[in-house]
Design a protein around this ligand. Structure first.
Ligand code: IYR
Length: 233
């Protein structure tokens, strides 16, 4: 099928796709290498306070910002926080929400599901980690007329790119979601149309950092292949 269709008559400027066609064995090698690399990524909850190179964080944010988005509206803002005072403020506000969560707001069943992770209302990593990246989702472009589309999906994809990029660069990350996260918009002075989507502490894992010994679901449980029409069709 031809793209762009003739009906587009050049109204959007086009350029050749920079695509690298690879041999099948090279594809297998690359696919397996990335699988193994990302399988080593684990949520880190104990960080060393050692600083990390800011330019590496910026490059990883640039990777995140290359994600596809609804109508290419790029509905995201990434705030990188290294200032100790701001991190302390974020920690205090997050812990206030977490105390309410663990102290009664969370249903019993949810707390049971969290028990194997060993999480609680104390969030020292919000100060220990040398950087916090707060990802904001933009409801619109600053004026409700400037519509954004599939905002949650777009920002979710960008966060996936960001986590993969940070891990690939050699940094530990945590996806932290204190709820509600309204305090982040206030503390970081973000405009009304931006909502905090994810808080990502970034840094080197603390010496001797432990993680829960969890297994991932086998591929057979998560993959369904439809390679010929189902019976009766
Ligand atoms: N936001 C809380 C609780 C929490 C919820 C889920 I779902 C997790 O996977 C982990 C924690 C906290 O950060 O402790």
């Amino acid at each position: 099928m031809a793209y762009p269709p003739e009906s587009m008559d050049g109204s959007a400027p086009m350029k050749p796709l920079a695509f690298v066609r690879r041999g099948e064995d090279e594809m297998r090698t690359r696919a397996e290498a990335l699988r193994a690399e990302l399988a080593r990524r684990r949520s880190v909850r104990a960080f060393s306070p050692e600083p990390v190179p800011l330019d590496v964080l910026e490059t990883c944010v640039a990777t995140a910002a290359s994600a596809p988005s609804g109508a290419h509206k790029q509905p995201w803002t990434f705030v990188v926080v290294t200032d100790p005072g701001t991190k302390a403020e974020i920690r205090a506000a997050a812990e206030a929400e977490e105390r309410a969560f663990y102290g009664g707001r969370a249903p019993e069943r949810w707390l049971e599901d969290l028990a194997p992770l060993g999480t609680d209302a104390d969030k020292p990593f919000l100060e220990d980690a040398p950087a916090l990246i707060v990802v904001f989702a933009q409801k619109h472009g600053g004026d409700p007329q400037m519509r954004h589309y599939y905002v949650q999906e777009s920002v979710g994809i960008a966060c996936g790119f960001l986590l993969a990029a940070l891990h690939h660069a050699g940094l530990g990350t945590l996806t932290h979601t204190p709820s509600p996260m309204g305090f982040l918009q206030k503390i970081l002075g973000r405009p009304e149309h931006e909502r905090a989507f994810l808080l990502i502490p970034v840094g080197y894992p603390a010496e001797g950092c432990q993680v829960p010994d969890l297994a991932r679901k086998p591929l057979s449980e998560v993959l369904v292949t439809v390679s010929s029409p189902p019976d009766g069709h």
